[in-house]
Design a protein around this ligand. Structure first.
Ligand code: UTP
Length: 292
């Protein structure tokens, strides 16, 4: 069955990015001049997804306003003949059918996904974390959707990370399956480097069969008292095959200030409008600071 819907959980508190996230949603932080969540919705649209459900929390109206029309601004840009800006603004509200649901309390990523059930229904769907950016040139979601089409099972994205960093992620124990796919035997959330069964980490792109909702219902609060998506995937993997797609491309966790900085520099250096001048400045900066 074709995947038509994506869920973007965006209701976390963003404590790693305080104070910027005190009064604004983390996913609205701009990567240069585009909010992170817009880049994720653009990625969904490129993957052929037509329907996006964003799970929001309190104080996150800015997300809804961003994907809505802004008629006053449109009129202003039209009057000033700023047609390029006008086109960019209008495109945002036309990218996909965007819906919203509130997670009333930040009870964990697993809980955020479970509130999406009524909207998703009994069909496979994608989950895309709003603060996890995959470089726009990487067709990761499309590859995952193709693997789901072929095998009819859940496929989650994974990346090799250093042994030290594995304690920041869900960690996968798996057996080989196909060129880019492994079959998951178990997953544990944020293990210490000593207890980690591998250095294969879950990253923020998933394609799920609807049985994940049943697994989430049976998941009790785990680490940090939250309903962990990792625990539900672990349950699901004991009942039906769940695959991990080994991703080797560029990805940024923009919920973390250091990765956010890296994303801004890399994506800025690649931009046609800003790149040439920015690269020249960057080269001078590296020389002046004797960074190499
Ligand atoms: P994170 O742990 O990265 O987000 O959750 P956080 O809790 O907002 O960030 P820190 O660690 O405090 O800085 C992964 C994703 O799950 C969403 C977050 O918005 C993020 O996209 N999430 C997390 C929810 O939607 N609800 C929750 O209760 C928890």
């Amino acid at each position: 069955m074709k995947v038509r819907k994506a869920v973007i959980p965006a209701a976390g508190l963003g404590t790693r990015f305080l104070p910027a996230t005190k009064a604004q949603p983390k996913v609205m932080l701009p990567v240069i001049d585009i909010p992170a969540i817009q880049l994720v919705v653009e990625e969904a649209a490129r993957g052929g997804i037509e329907d996006v459900l964003i799970v929001t929390g309190r104080g996150q109206r800015a997300i809804e306003d961003h994907f809505d029309r802004n008629l006053e601004l449109e009129r202003f840009l039209e009057d000033k003949a700023k047609f390029d800006e006008l086109k960019r603004i209008r495109q945002i509200s036309d990218m996909a059918e965007v819906h919203y649901i509130r997670q009333k309390e930040a009870l964990g990523l697993g809980h955020a996904i479970s509130v999406a059930q009524a909207h998703v229904g009994d069909e496979p769907f994608a989950v895309m974390l709003g603060d996890d950016l995959i470089h726009p040139s990487e067709p990761l979601l499309g590859q995952m959707l193709r693997s789901h089409d072929t095998f009819g099972r859940s496929v989650i994205a994974a990346m090799e990370v250093s042994k030290q960093d594995i304690s920041l992620y869900g960690c996968i124990q798996a057996e080989p399956f196909e060129e880019h796919l492994v079959r998951i035997l178990s997953i544990i959330e944020k293990p210490s480097p000593e207890e980690a069964p591998s250095n294969l980490a879950v990253i923020g792109r998933y394609v799920f069969t609807p049985e994940i909702f049943d697994a989430l219902r049976r998941t009790t609060p785990g680490r940090a008292g939250e309903i962990q998506l990792t625990d539900a995937i672990n349950l699901l993997a004991q009942e039906q095959a769940v695959y991990a797609y080994r991703f080797e491309g560029r990805r940024f966790d923009v919920g973390n200030p250091l990765d956010y900085l890296k994303a801004t520099v890399e994506l800025g250096a690649e931009r046609d409008d800003l790149g040439p001048e920015f690269r020249a400045w960057l080269a001078q900066f590296v020389q002046r600071e004797k960074l190499v």
